[in-house]
Design a protein around this ligand. Structure first.
Ligand code: ATP
Length: 305
């Protein structure tokens, strides 16, 4: 299983929670090629884990079930986040001493649940704490966007609606937590390839969610939404249809693909129903990645800073 011991003794550890696009509408494309999206997003209470400690030299180590799928070089989003924050510190005459960062890679890579973005966000947060760095809200957002469109939402970590190219975030005042299953057929899907094969780039926006309060109202609202990346992803990766159908067979309240796939999620009424579904799917499809978890509840009155 997971090499948990990889994080023993680190000065600071953080969870890099899986991001779930409960709905994702592609509503336009900017002249520079960036897609304009509207997405209802929540986070799982599970994900990768990051450990950080001061060291005499910079070091980066990786463990976990998907360790071999991530680059160990400067391309890793963990290292890009470290280097970006260090540059900011240096430019402001502040300290950014060497660190050992360990990544426990528990989430499948290129799977639509934002593992790399979550790792980058957790690294930024961890190093901001360790280096006592306070770039301010605008600079923090700029740094996050430089690392990826999903990094700002991962920095926030609460159920929210994102729009634009990922820079506009509105936290949800009420949002229910759901027993949730994440299932991935262990087939990597490239986000840029899915966007390239997307034909209609000006789909209808998400409906207003202002009136949704109860769990039932949220479920009804989510049923009326969609993931515009699901049709091109299914065309490219046929196993997504199999995952979605298998999840639908387990009696969930909602099934949909997250991000650009191939991970699909299902929301359940109870933990017991979710757990029974997890056992059934793992037995029938031993090659699939199956994660039983909960989605985060909303409920703060803050808006994103
Ligand atoms: P999204 O849902 O935001 O589209 P994803 O889950 O589809 O993301 P990631 O797992 O974040 O995709 O990986 C996308 C690419 O980023 C991969 O090709 C991978 O090589 C690269 N990458 C760099 N650093 C990491 C990291 N720490 N974890 C995962 N992938 C990383």
């Amino acid at each position: 299983m997971t090499a948990d011991s990889g994080l023993d003794g680190f000065v600071l550890t953080r969870m890099a929670a899986a991001k779930i696009n409960l709905a994702l509408h592609v509503v336009g494309q900017r002249a520079d090629g960036h897609h304009l999206l509207e997405s209802l997003v929540t986070f799982a209470d599970a994900g990768d884990r990051i450990g950080i400690s001061p060291d005499t030299d910079d070091r980066f180590t990786v463990s976990g079930p998907f360790a071999e799928d991530v680059p160990l070089s400067g391309d890793n989003l963990v290292l890009r986040a470290r280097d970006l924050l260090r540059r900011h510190q240096t430019e402001h005459g502040a300290e950014a001493p060497p660190v050992h960062i360990h990544l426990e890679k528990n989430l499948p890579v290129a799977s639509g649940i934002g593992g790399g973005s979550a790792d980058a966000a957790a690294t930024l947060q961890g190093l901001m704490a360790l280096w006592k760095a306070d770039p301010g809200a605008d600079e923090r957002l700029a740094m996050a966007l430089k690392l990826g469109a999903d990094v700002p939402m991962c920095l926030d970590g609460r159920p929210l609606i994102s729009s634009g190219i990922g820079e506009t975030l509105a936290a949800l005042k009420t949002f229910p937590a759901f027993p949730m299953l994440l299932v991935n057929p262990r087939r990597a899907v490239s986000t840029p390839v899915i966007f390239r094969t997307l034909v209609n780039k000006t789909n209808s926006p998400m409906p207003s969610l202002d009136d949704a309060r109860t769990t039932l109202e949220w479920l009804n609202a989510m049923q009326a939404m969609r993931n515009d990346l699901e049709p091109p992803a299914r065309a490219l990766e046929p196993s997504i249809a199999a995952v979605s159908a298998a999840l639908s067979d387990t009696g969930p309240r909602l099934v949909r693909m997250s991000g650009s796939g191939a991970t699909c999620f299902a929301l359940y009424a109870t933990d017991a129903e979710r757990d029974a579904a997890a056992v059934r799917l793992s037995q029938r499809h031993p090659g699939w990645y199956v994660l039983a978890c909960h989605s985060a509840a909303g409920g703060t009155n803050d808006s994103q800073g």
